[in-house]
Design a protein around this ligand. Structure first.
Ligand code: NAP
Ligand code: GDD
Length: 325
């Protein structure tokens, strides 16, 4: 049985990846943070009692700021594959907490890579790199596009990207960077724009709220569906040679268009319910991200299936259904 270690298992991608790997027969180990309230909601349906004889989902406390714990866990689990997904992943928040973001999203990556090197375990390593690294470089963006990060988060991810490449080139680690464009789902954190809109639309249509407050409606993103992207992560680690890959739909959608699609789904006029709030603007914005994922198609046979309008509809439907429960 293959063993995988997932950092960030409680996040959107971690939860879908856990489902995928359990379905493929893996034993999945996940690192969770100690918190005063439960933070395992997204993987609750997968939880297995530690007293079960053949437990295939095992959770361990740990934190990206705690290097000795990462060493202990790598030594204990000896994973065949490591998916490094944990991060302070919110771009707007990274302007408020640049040091913490650098410590976790950036140096946290080095702590994990160094733990793997020190223990000397033979493993394959996935680095959750981001289209945010392209920042101000105009689209379309591919594996060869230069980085120009526009946020502390983007800068921390560029550092993590190069550390993963360095461990590949300097130490021979099978390390890959998945440069993923925005991917969303009903499990997306409530403060990212797609989920914020979908959730608000459901609540407005149910009469619970009247308005949603948003920032920049002109930003262009390439929004795909998260379950498809975690499958791409897995494919990267099954390749013969380690390499870096963009995953994206190749489509361009403004925040305004996404908003309109969500409101149309429930028969409402978006302009009557959306208000501007400058709190949600960023000191520097990434104007347009549109990915070219042709290398992933050629080498891995990966292609995005769900397009942004369909994504908007499925997210609104899920938030409506959640209100009925
Ligand atoms: P997410 O939902 O925000 O999940 C982040 C995960 O990291 C959570 O499990 C969180 O734990 C954990 N975490 C945060 N700080 C930690 C720390 N100090 N120590 C240990 N764990 C910590 O993110 P996501 O959307 O699933 O994204 C997964 C990864 O892909 C992230 O690295 C993100 O930056 C990157 N990425 C995402 C996208 C996207 O569009 N979703 C695109 C490109 C790259 P808690 O649950 O306890 O908070
Ligand atoms: N969050 C948020 N809230 N964003 C808003 C709002 C709002 O009220 N109003 C407008 N926006 C705009 C942002 O300015 C940005 O241009 C766009 O909506 C998308 O914002 P987010 O959903 O927060 O995502 P992001 O693109 O900044 O970052 C996400 O994608 C990256 C990949 O490109 C995150 O998942 C990152 O972790 C990921 O790396």
């Amino acid at each position: 049985m293959k063993r995988a270690l997932i950092t960030g298992i409680t996040g959107q991608d971690g939860s879908y990846l856990t489902e995928l790997l359990l379905g493929k027969g893996y034993q999945v180990h996940g690192i969770i943070r100690r918190s005063s309230t439960f933070n395992t909601g997204r993987i609750e349906h997968l939880y297995q009692d530690p007293h079960e004889p053949e437990q295939r989902l095992v959770l361990h406390y740990g934190d990206l700021t705690d290097s000795s714990r990462l060493v202990t866990l790598i030594e204990k689990i000896r994973p065949d594959e490591v998916y490094h997904l944990a991060a302070q992943s919110h771009v707007r928040v990274s302007f408020d907490e640049p040091e913490y973001t650098g410590n976790t999203t950036g140096v946290g990556t080095t702590r994990l890579l160094e733990a793997i090197r020190m223990v000397g375990v033979d493993t394959r390593y996935y680095q959750a790199s981001s289209s945010e690294m392209f920042g101000a470089t105009p689209p379309p963006q591919s594996e060869d596009t230069p980085f120009y990060p526009r946020s502390p988060y983007g800068a921390a991810k560029v550092y993590g990207y190069w550390m993963a490449r360095n461990y590949r080139e300097a130490h021979g680690l099978f390390a890959v960077n998945g440069i993923l464009f925005n991917h969303e789902s009903p499990r997306r954190g409530e403060t990212f724009v797609t989920r914020k809109i979908a959730r608000a639309v459901a609540r407005i249509s149910a009469g619970i709220e009247q308005n949603v407050y948003l920032g920049n409606l002109d930003a262009v993103r390439d929004w795909g569906y998260a379950p498809e992207y975690v499958e791409g992560m897995w494919r990267m680690l099954q390749a013969d040679e380690p390499a870096d890959y963009v995953l994206a739909t190749g489509t361009a959608t403004t925040v305004r268009e996404f908003t309109q699609w969500c409101f149309e789904r429930v028969g409402l006029d978006w302009e009557k319910h959306v208000q501007f709030d400058e709190t949600y603007l960023r000191p520097t914005e990434v104007d347009a991200l549109i990915g070219d994922a042709s290398k992933a198609m050629t080498d891995l046979g990966w292609k995005a299936q769900t397009m942004p309008e369909q994504l908007a509809h499925l997210m609104v439907d899920a938030d409506l259904a959640a209100l009925d429960r």
